[in-house]
Design a protein around this ligand. Structure first.
Ligand code: NAP
Length: 483
């Protein structure tokens, strides 16, 4: 079992207190690298989730809102607590997720960056008076907190994803009810432990619920006291939330699935493209929404680019991330492993070639999937159409710019995309043509706290990060004054 000073309590947190685990039921949390149970987290009841909503409602202040200075202090305190406890939060994250320790600790820094950004830009949420005087009135625009927000996060960034939401919610003055993924509740408990000790937020400002998604989701969707849900996860669950909140016309911020094209033109710096692809693709074991999912390589450079990838992939080390010198950890669970294996089998059966990695029949019976490169991929293969979410690099060939823009857009998703070319004008044309919320030019980097990030098409609604993200949890109210 995991031991940590940040995990002394293994319960939910409602109204400023750790809860009692009313029904006494728990669910197991595994270390995917060892397959061992490392903790048991509480499966909370519908009544407890309702109590969390009620606690949030009692912390909401409309007529005498929390001042900008107060909210800034909350954000700074959380940032500082995360930075001071980066090693331990990262260790917990590494053990429940499986990503390499250094990467896990880097995610804590990344998370702290969102609280830092919001604290530095919170002034943008102050009221302002517009310079014109239409209709003989003085018009003031206020940014009101939308109310209690339900924040639902996935397992692939156990601290990064909540940081994006919580920083903006607190900046707006919105209380929240937070549900982490059932694979990774421990990092969230650690965050609550830090907030409990190192901030003086009012009781009910942040509430933690864990357990059955159907129970928690139902309360958050049905409660009239929760006017907004911010969700990061699969498009499938995102669609369900749209349907389940339609009756009440709730505000939804949705960060959903991806199917990122990574395009390499024949005038690209191939070594830089290969390095960036490796860094992008194998982050989090290939389990990020911005991981390249379809690699389009110009036919003139496909062979040489494939060799460069194979050389790099063959040097990578796979193992338990807690041991330091590891590039790639395990996949999150058996279902995740089986999906990557199915995509590999399907591609090889339909004519793809294995450039690096193992054949499906040679894979082990643990969750460690070796980094794998395949070529001659086409649109009939599962790995082209679906988000693989694992360390499989599928390469497809292209000839022209028009053809590759069309192929890149040939997906319902529109989250991240990448183009590698030495031609600036071409890069501008391709970026404009790709219907993706993020398009890296000669970089495989993903989001950052300072810039807005989010999906087009079925990849979501809204933005996190940047000024756009700061405004997600407020509603503009105009007050024209007549005399
Ligand atoms: P998921 O299965 O959709 O789960 C995400 C969260 O939703 C979990 O906390 C889950 O709880 C909860 N959930 C499931 N059903 C629910 C319901 N009916 N009502 C309320 N909550 C519900 O996704 P995942 O497998 O954890 O994450 C992987 C997906 O997230 C990928 O598609 C990835 O691309 C996407 N993602 C997108 C972004 C982005 O920025 N766009 C970032 C990261 C990940 P349980 O764990 O208890 O089931």
């Amino acid at each position: 079992m995991i031991e940590s000073p940040l995990l002394e309590k293994m319960t939910g947190y409602i109204g400023g207190r750790w809860t009692d685990n009313a029904q006494g039921k728990t669910f197991d949390v595994y270390n995917p690298a060892t397959g061992k149970v490392i903790a048991q987290a509480p499966s909370m009841t519908e009544d407890e989730v309702k109590a969390a909503v009620a606690a949030g409602k009692s912390a909401l202040r409309l007529t005498s809102p929390y001042s900008i200075e107060t909210r800034r202090k909350w954000l700074e305190d959380i940032r500082d607590a995360l930075k001071a406890n980066k090693e331990e939060v990262g260790r917990i994250l590494c053990m429940e997720h499986g990503k390499p320790l250094q990467e896990a600790q880097g995610e804590v820094d990344y998370a702290a960056g969102f609280f830092d950004y919001c604290s530095k830009h919170i002034q943008a949420l102050d009221a302002h008076t517009i310079p014109e005087k239409p209709k003989d009135c003085t018009w003031t625009v206020h940014y009101r907190p939308i109310g209690v927000a339900g924040l639902i996060t996935p397992w692939n960034f156990p601290i990064g994803m909540i940081a994006k939401k919580l920083s903006a919610a607190l900046a707006a003055g919105c209380p929240s009810v937070i549900k982490p993924a059932s694979e990774t509740p421990l990092t969230m408990i650690a965050l609550f432990s830090l907030m409990d000790k190192h901030t003086d937020m009012p009781d009910g400002m942040v509430n933690l619920v864990m357990g059955k998604a159907s129970v928690i989701g139902k309360v958050l969707c049905e409660s009239p006291d929760v006017p907004m849900l911010s969700f990061t996860g699969s498009t499938e669950v995102g669609r369900k939330l749209i349907l389940d909140t339609a009756e009440q016309v709730k505000k939804l911020a949705l960060e959903l699935g991806g199917n990122a094209p990574f395009i390499v033109f024949d005038d690209a710096d191939l070594d830089a493209a290969a390095d960036n692809l490796i860094a992008n693709k194998f982050r989090g074991g290939g389990q990020t929404c911005v991981c390249a999912n379809r690699i389009f390589v110009h036919e003139k450079v496909a062979d040489v680019f494939g060799q460069k990838l194979a050389e790099r992939v063959n040097r990578m080390t796979v193992g338990d991330g807690i041991n330091g010198d590891v590039d790639l950890g395990p996949l999150i669970n058996q279902a995740g492993f089986d999906k990557v294996k199915r995509h590999l089998e399907d591609a090889l059966e339909k004519g793809a070639g294995l450039v690096a990695g193992k054949k499906p029949e040679d894979l082990g019976d643990n969750l460690f999937f070796p980094p794998t490169v395949i070529t001659d991929v086409d649109r009939d293969m599962c790995c082209y159409r679906e988000e693989t979410f694992g360390p499989l690099v599928p390469m497809a060939l292209f000839r022209t710019e028009e053809e590759v823009i069309e192929a890149g857009n040939d997906t319902e998703f529109g989250l991240a995309s990448y183009v590698f070319t030495g031609d600036a004008e071409r890069a501008q044309r391709v970026a404009a043509g790709l219907r993706f919320g993020h398009c890296g030019w000669n970089t495989g980097t993903g989001p950052t706290p300072e810039a807005p990030f989010g999906g087009m098409k079925a990849s979501g609604i809204g933005r996190e990060g940047g000024l756009e993200g700061l405004f997600e949890f407020v509603e503009a109210q105009t007050v024209p004054r007549g005399f």
